[in-house]
Design a protein around this ligand. Structure first.
Ligand SMILES: CC(C)(COP(=O)(O)OP(=O)(O)OC[C@H]1O[C@@H](n2cnc3c(N)ncnc32)[C@H](O)[C@@H]1OP(=O)(O)O)[C@@H](O)C(=O)NCCC(=O)NCCS
Length: 201
Protein backbone atom coordinates (compact mmCIF):
# COMPACT_ATOMS: atom_id res chain seq x y z
CA UNK A 1 0.00 0.00 0.00
CA UNK A 2 2.76 2.42 1.06
CA UNK A 3 4.82 1.43 -2.02
CA UNK A 4 1.83 2.04 -4.31
CA UNK A 5 1.23 5.43 -2.71
CA UNK A 6 4.90 6.32 -3.14
CA UNK A 7 4.85 5.22 -6.79
CA UNK A 8 1.70 7.23 -7.46
CA UNK A 9 3.20 10.29 -5.75
CA UNK A 10 6.40 10.01 -7.82
CA UNK A 11 4.37 9.60 -11.01
CA UNK A 12 2.32 12.66 -10.10
CA UNK A 13 5.45 14.73 -9.34
CA UNK A 14 7.29 13.68 -12.50
CA UNK A 15 4.23 14.39 -14.68
CA UNK A 16 4.65 18.12 -13.87
CA UNK A 17 0.98 18.28 -12.84
CA UNK A 18 2.34 19.20 -9.45
CA UNK A 19 5.64 21.05 -9.04
CA UNK A 20 7.39 21.43 -5.72
CA UNK A 21 10.22 23.97 -5.65
CA UNK A 22 12.67 24.45 -2.80
CA UNK A 23 14.58 27.61 -3.58
CA UNK A 24 17.37 29.39 -1.74
CA UNK A 25 16.88 33.15 -1.94
CA UNK A 26 19.70 35.73 -2.03
CA UNK A 27 19.59 39.54 -1.86
CA UNK A 28 21.99 42.34 -2.73
CA UNK A 29 21.28 46.00 -2.07
CA UNK A 30 24.76 47.53 -1.88
CA UNK A 31 26.94 47.90 -4.96
CA UNK A 32 29.99 47.61 -2.68
CA UNK A 33 29.07 43.95 -2.12
CA UNK A 34 29.53 43.24 -5.82
CA UNK A 35 32.70 41.30 -6.65
CA UNK A 36 34.54 41.99 -9.92
CA UNK A 37 34.55 38.88 -12.10
CA UNK A 38 37.39 37.78 -14.33
CA UNK A 39 35.79 35.60 -16.99
CA UNK A 40 37.18 33.76 -20.00
CA UNK A 41 39.21 36.00 -22.38
CA UNK A 42 37.19 37.67 -25.13
CA UNK A 43 33.86 37.43 -23.30
CA UNK A 44 31.54 40.42 -23.74
CA UNK A 45 28.31 41.05 -21.86
CA UNK A 46 25.79 43.14 -23.81
CA UNK A 47 22.13 44.05 -23.35
CA UNK A 48 19.49 42.01 -25.18
CA UNK A 49 17.68 44.22 -27.68
CA UNK A 50 15.01 43.72 -30.37
CA UNK A 51 17.87 43.74 -32.90
CA UNK A 52 19.95 40.95 -31.34
CA UNK A 53 17.30 38.91 -29.47
CA UNK A 54 17.22 36.19 -32.17
CA UNK A 55 20.89 35.37 -31.57
CA UNK A 56 19.82 33.13 -28.67
CA UNK A 57 19.50 30.54 -31.48
CA UNK A 58 23.32 30.26 -31.29
CA UNK A 59 22.87 27.82 -28.45
CA UNK A 60 19.20 27.42 -27.57
CA UNK A 61 15.96 26.21 -29.18
CA UNK A 62 13.72 28.34 -31.33
CA UNK A 63 11.14 28.62 -28.51
CA UNK A 64 13.53 30.95 -26.65
CA UNK A 65 13.32 33.54 -29.43
CA UNK A 66 9.57 33.88 -28.81
CA UNK A 67 10.01 33.75 -25.03
CA UNK A 68 12.71 36.45 -25.05
CA UNK A 69 10.73 38.69 -27.45
CA UNK A 70 7.90 38.52 -24.91
CA UNK A 71 10.25 39.39 -22.03
CA UNK A 72 11.49 42.45 -23.96
CA UNK A 73 7.89 43.44 -24.70
CA UNK A 74 7.22 43.25 -20.95
CA UNK A 75 10.13 45.66 -20.29
CA UNK A 76 12.36 43.02 -18.75
CA UNK A 77 16.10 43.57 -18.83
CA UNK A 78 18.33 40.88 -20.32
CA UNK A 79 21.98 40.34 -21.12
CA UNK A 80 23.72 38.03 -23.54
CA UNK A 81 27.26 36.75 -23.05
CA UNK A 82 29.12 36.82 -26.39
CA UNK A 83 32.22 34.86 -27.29
CA UNK A 84 33.68 34.89 -30.82
CA UNK A 85 30.54 36.66 -32.10
CA UNK A 86 28.24 33.92 -30.77
CA UNK A 87 25.81 34.04 -27.86
CA UNK A 88 26.96 31.60 -25.18
CA UNK A 89 24.84 32.69 -22.20
CA UNK A 90 21.77 34.64 -21.14
CA UNK A 91 20.32 36.15 -17.96
CA UNK A 92 17.20 38.24 -17.35
CA UNK A 93 15.85 40.52 -14.65
CA UNK A 94 12.31 41.60 -13.90
CA UNK A 95 11.94 44.98 -12.22
CA UNK A 96 8.79 45.44 -10.15
CA UNK A 97 7.87 49.07 -10.82
CA UNK A 98 4.82 49.35 -8.53
CA UNK A 99 2.67 47.32 -6.15
CA UNK A 100 3.46 43.62 -5.94
CA UNK A 101 4.74 41.49 -8.78
CA UNK A 102 4.90 37.72 -9.21
CA UNK A 103 7.65 36.13 -11.28
CA UNK A 104 7.45 32.67 -12.87
CA UNK A 105 4.18 32.01 -11.05
CA UNK A 106 5.69 31.81 -7.55
CA UNK A 107 8.33 34.43 -6.70
CA UNK A 108 6.93 37.61 -5.15
CA UNK A 109 8.57 41.03 -5.45
CA UNK A 110 7.73 44.40 -3.93
CA UNK A 111 7.87 47.73 -5.73
CA UNK A 112 11.39 48.75 -6.78
CA UNK A 113 12.80 45.26 -6.26
CA UNK A 114 14.15 43.15 -9.06
CA UNK A 115 14.76 39.43 -9.51
CA UNK A 116 17.26 37.78 -11.80
CA UNK A 117 15.94 34.70 -13.60
CA UNK A 118 16.19 32.54 -16.75
CA UNK A 119 19.97 32.17 -16.72
CA UNK A 120 21.83 29.63 -18.80
CA UNK A 121 25.33 29.05 -20.17
CA UNK A 122 26.22 26.90 -23.18
CA UNK A 123 27.06 23.50 -21.72
CA UNK A 124 30.54 23.20 -23.28
CA UNK A 125 31.56 26.54 -21.75
CA UNK A 126 30.42 26.02 -18.17
CA UNK A 127 32.86 26.58 -15.32
CA UNK A 128 34.50 29.65 -16.98
CA UNK A 129 32.77 32.39 -14.97
CA UNK A 130 30.33 33.30 -17.73
CA UNK A 131 27.31 33.15 -15.41
CA UNK A 132 28.92 35.30 -12.68
CA UNK A 133 30.03 37.79 -15.36
CA UNK A 134 26.40 38.14 -16.54
CA UNK A 135 25.09 38.41 -12.96
CA UNK A 136 27.70 41.04 -12.13
CA UNK A 137 26.84 43.17 -15.21
CA UNK A 138 23.11 42.90 -14.45
CA UNK A 139 23.54 43.76 -10.75
CA UNK A 140 25.68 46.81 -11.58
CA UNK A 141 23.13 48.07 -14.11
CA UNK A 142 20.17 47.41 -11.82
CA UNK A 143 21.66 48.96 -8.67
CA UNK A 144 23.49 51.91 -10.30
CA UNK A 145 21.38 52.84 -13.33
CA UNK A 146 17.88 51.51 -12.70
CA UNK A 147 18.35 52.33 -8.97
CA UNK A 148 16.36 49.36 -7.67
CA UNK A 149 16.26 48.96 -3.89
CA UNK A 150 17.59 45.41 -4.03
CA UNK A 151 18.40 42.60 -6.40
CA UNK A 152 17.08 39.13 -5.59
CA UNK A 153 18.02 35.82 -7.09
CA UNK A 154 16.84 32.35 -6.20
CA UNK A 155 17.92 28.92 -7.24
CA UNK A 156 17.04 25.33 -6.40
CA UNK A 157 18.74 24.31 -3.18
CA UNK A 158 20.45 21.40 -4.99
CA UNK A 159 21.75 23.44 -7.97
CA UNK A 160 25.41 23.41 -6.91
CA UNK A 161 26.77 25.16 -10.05
CA UNK A 162 24.28 28.01 -9.76
CA UNK A 163 24.88 28.41 -6.01
CA UNK A 164 28.62 28.61 -6.65
CA UNK A 165 28.18 31.22 -9.41
CA UNK A 166 25.84 33.30 -7.24
CA UNK A 167 28.34 33.27 -4.35
CA UNK A 168 31.19 34.45 -6.60
CA UNK A 169 29.30 37.65 -7.43
CA UNK A 170 28.91 38.61 -3.78
CA UNK A 171 25.54 37.18 -2.80
CA UNK A 172 27.29 35.70 0.21
CA UNK A 173 24.70 33.89 2.28
CA UNK A 174 21.16 32.82 1.41
CA UNK A 175 18.59 34.98 3.15
CA UNK A 176 15.74 32.52 3.03
CA UNK A 177 14.37 29.22 1.87
CA UNK A 178 11.22 29.37 -0.23
CA UNK A 179 9.00 26.33 -0.61
CA UNK A 180 6.44 26.60 -3.40
CA UNK A 181 3.90 24.09 -4.68
CA UNK A 182 2.29 24.66 -8.06
CA UNK A 183 -0.54 22.55 -9.48
CA UNK A 184 -1.14 22.97 -13.21
CA UNK A 185 1.02 26.11 -12.94
CA UNK A 186 -1.12 27.63 -10.16
CA UNK A 187 0.54 28.41 -6.85
CA UNK A 188 -1.27 26.48 -4.10
CA UNK A 189 1.32 26.81 -1.34
CA UNK A 190 4.09 29.30 -0.66
CA UNK A 191 6.25 29.75 2.41
CA UNK A 192 9.46 31.69 2.84
CA UNK A 193 11.46 30.85 5.93
CA UNK A 194 13.90 33.67 6.63
CA UNK A 195 15.10 32.11 9.87
CA UNK A 196 15.92 28.75 8.36
CA UNK A 197 19.50 29.72 7.63
CA UNK A 198 21.62 30.56 10.66
CA UNK A 199 19.30 33.37 11.71
CA UNK A 200 20.05 35.49 8.62
CA UNK A 201 17.51 38.26 8.04
C1 LIG B 1 24.26 27.39 -13.40
C2 LIG B 1 25.05 27.85 -14.63
C3 LIG B 1 24.32 29.06 -15.24
C4 LIG B 1 26.46 28.25 -14.17
O1 LIG B 1 27.16 28.82 -15.27
P1 LIG B 1 28.76 28.89 -15.35
O2 LIG B 1 29.11 29.97 -16.29
O3 LIG B 1 29.32 27.54 -15.60
O4 LIG B 1 29.14 29.33 -13.84
P2 LIG B 1 30.60 29.28 -13.17
O5 LIG B 1 31.65 29.39 -14.21
O6 LIG B 1 30.58 30.24 -12.05
O7 LIG B 1 30.71 27.81 -12.57
C5 LIG B 1 30.03 27.50 -11.37
C6 LIG B 1 30.45 26.14 -10.89
O8 LIG B 1 30.00 25.14 -11.80
C7 LIG B 1 30.87 24.00 -11.68
N1 LIG B 1 31.45 23.63 -12.98
C8 LIG B 1 32.71 23.75 -13.39
N2 LIG B 1 32.87 23.26 -14.62
C9 LIG B 1 31.70 22.78 -14.98
C10 LIG B 1 31.25 22.14 -16.15
N3 LIG B 1 32.05 21.87 -17.16
N4 LIG B 1 29.94 21.82 -16.21
C11 LIG B 1 29.12 22.09 -15.19
N5 LIG B 1 29.50 22.70 -14.05
C12 LIG B 1 30.78 23.04 -13.95
C13 LIG B 1 32.00 24.39 -10.77
O9 LIG B 1 31.66 23.95 -9.47
C14 LIG B 1 31.95 25.91 -10.84
O10 LIG B 1 32.52 26.52 -9.70
P3 LIG B 1 34.12 26.83 -9.68
O11 LIG B 1 34.36 27.86 -10.74
O12 LIG B 1 34.36 27.35 -8.32
O13 LIG B 1 34.85 25.58 -10.00
C15 LIG B 1 25.17 26.72 -15.67
O14 LIG B 1 25.68 25.57 -15.03
C16 LIG B 1 23.86 26.41 -16.37
O15 LIG B 1 23.52 27.01 -17.39
N6 LIG B 1 23.07 25.47 -15.79
C17 LIG B 1 21.76 25.12 -16.32
C18 LIG B 1 20.72 26.19 -16.07
C19 LIG B 1 20.68 26.65 -14.64
O16 LIG B 1 20.81 25.88 -13.70
N7 LIG B 1 20.51 27.99 -14.48
C20 LIG B 1 20.53 28.64 -13.21
C21 LIG B 1 19.16 28.64 -12.63
S1 LIG B 1 19.06 29.87 -11.40
Amino acid sequence: MTVTLKLLTNLFLSSRIIRVRKQLIFHMNDINDLTEIKAINGLEIRPITPENVESVRDFRDEMYVQKFRMLLKNSQIGVYAWLNSKVVGHAWAKVCTHGKCRLNGYFDLSANETAIHTCNVKSELRGKNIYPAMLSALCRHLLCEVSVSRVLIDTAEDNAASLRGIAKVGFWAPKGLGVYIQVFGHLVHSSVNNHHLNGQD
